[in-house]
Design a protein around this ligand. Structure first.
Ligand code: IPE
Ligand code: IPE
Ligand code: MG
Length: 232
């Protein structure tokens, strides 16, 4: 990173596709389509900036509450993104991992996700962690259940939980960006954000461009991170 303080991992709550589309008289699905295009753009810029990990919130465990037609459209767009982009991602050295529950997803989608993780696993320019059917609470519950299943521990510590998260090898995000102005976390990365810095912008996700991204990073660069200690 060119910045003053280290910035290796950014998490993004890509919110506001629906509002963005409705504002211009289009339907919500159009907003999601443009949202996917913007992800491609922000991923490219992240590589240019030397970011090593980008975690994007694409579908939450609570998004199943939406009308079936919208859920179906989101599933379709996700699959289409993976199918259309896999070669490009590979060519650009991008590794993809998925965080979330496979339970509830279509079998052919699960197979595609597994195949893509396998195919891109040696890439090392950037890791794109796609949080899909992801919930922060579900992740912690899943971690604890893995510990129960794999060990005979009666008492666990933070390291045990850390080591059983979906992506135990990815360092915590230094910066979390949320588009569309809501001041909430909506069940994103609850464990990992203990000391993350937050940046919230009113811009909707499809209009969150390079200029807006640079504003987020420059805001982050002015922060004083103390982790509970004192400034030295
Ligand atoms: C974010 O945009 C994408 C997903 C949650 C899948 P929204 O669909 O939440 O858009 P708004 O918040 O309704 O505008
Ligand atoms: C968070 O956005 C989830 C994703 C961006 C995938 P939501 O639109 O689902 O969050 P709420 O409902 O406004 O909290
Ligand atoms: Mg939303």
């Amino acid at each position: 990173m060119n910045g003053n303080i280290s910035l290796n991992h950014i998490g993004i709550i890509m919110d506001g596709n629906g509002r963005w589309a409705l504002k211009q008289g289009k339907n919500r699905v159009y907003g999601h389509t443009e949202g996917v295009k913007n992800l491609k753009n922000i991923l490219e810029i992240s590589i240019e900036l030397g970011i090593k990990y980008l975690t994007v919130y694409a579908f939450s465990t609570e998004n199943w509450k939406r009308p079936k037609s919208e859920v179906d459209a989101l599933m379709f767009l996700f699959k289409e993104y993976l199918l259309n982009e896999v070669n490009n991602l590979n060519k650009n050295g991008i590794k993809i991992v998925f965080s979330g529950r496979k339970n509830g997803l279509n079998d052919s989608l699960i197979k595609l996700m597994d195949d893509i993780e396998e195919k891109l696993k040696y890439n090392d320019k950037i890791t794109l962690n796609i949080a899909f059917n992801y919930g922060g609470r579900a992740e912690i519950v899943d971690a604890v259940n893995k510990i129960i299943k794999e060990t005979d521990k009666k008492i666990i510590d933070e390291e045990d939980i850390q080591n059983h998260l979906y992506q135990s090898n990815i360092p915590d995000p230094e910066l979390i960006i949320r588009t569309s102005g809501e001041f909430r976390i909506s069940n994103f990365l609850l464990w990992q954000i203990a000391y993350s810095e937050f940046y919230i912008t009113d811009k909707y996700w499809p209009e969150f461009n390079k200029e807006e991204f640079m504003k987020a990073i420059s805001s982050y660069n002015k922060r004083e991170r103390k982790f509970g200690g004192l400034k030295i």
